[in-house]
Design a protein around this ligand. Structure first.
Ligand code: 13P
Length: 230
């Protein structure tokens, strides 16, 4: 069983969600498909045959936090997974490792599975071990880590069409498994598409993929699901 997580980011509308649902809902697979649309489209995935996830959440359960989205509400809407610490949240919205860990604690307490994103920038590529060690430091000893998934997304690969080699991906994911005592599944994300998905999924340390752009191309995404079936 492999994970295929679709992160739509800030894309899609009601019509797109309907077309996506119609095409993907009927596909049967042994693998775990997780679709993460923008918050206002989550309601479109009622009775979805695959899993639903969100792209972010508040670290609080509810209260006076204008504009934030409660993990309790996400659970109420059927989300079993929430992506946290995506590099776009870290870089553009200045989210810290501390805040990401608070979100993780709230999610695991509620029984929602966090998908924790880690990864180095282009400039810090030579120091990827140090960067990942810092990003993982709070999580690695935590008793609830087995409820989480860790996604390695090198920032330089996101949306660029560039990917690390299969041996580089294996090296980094093995490092993550070693750091976390293999407590949770490890995913690769960054420019995954129909052409490279099978090579990536064949890497022994890869338990699945996190897909951005290609998950918005409904035909391609549906082929990606079917391609890992066979
Ligand atoms: P792309 O697949 O568009 O490179 O995005 C990857 C990503 O950021 C998924 O979270």
């Amino acid at each position: 069983m492999k994970f295929l997580v679709a992160n739509w980011k800030m894309n899609g509308d009601v019509e797109f969600a309907e077309s996506f649902f119609e095409k993907i809902n009927s596909i049967k697979t042994e693998n775990q498909i997780v679709v993460c649309p923008p918050f206002p489209l989550l309601y479109k995935f009622k009775n979805f045959s695959h899993s639903l996830g969100a792209q972010n959440c508040s670290d609080r359960k509810n209260g006076a936090f204008t504009g934030e989205v409660s993990p309790l509400l996400l659970q109420n809407l059927g989300c079993k997974y929430v992506i946290i610490g995506h590099s776009e949240r870290r870089r553009i919205f200045k989210e810290s490792n501390e805040l990401i860990f608070e979100k993780y604690k709230t999610l695991t307490e509620l029984g929602i599975n966090p998908i924790i994103c880690v990864g180095e920038t282009e400039e810090s590529r030579p120091q990827w071990r140090d960067i990942l060690s810092i990003q993982l430091s709070k999580f690695k000893e935590d008793a609830n880590l087995s409820k989480a998934i860790i996604a390695y997304e090198p920032v330089w690969s996101i949306g660029s069409g560039k990917t690390p080699t299969t041996s580089e991906i294996h090296e980094v994911l093995s490092f993550i498994k070693q750091t976390t005592n293999s407590k949770c599944p490890t995913l690769y994300g960054g420019s995954v598409n129909i052409k490279n998905i099978s090579d990536i999924l064949q890497i022994p340390s890869v338990d699945g993929v996190l897909i951005g752009g290609a998950s918005l191309r409904i035909e391609e995404f549906s082929e990606m699901i079917q391609c890992i079936v066979c």
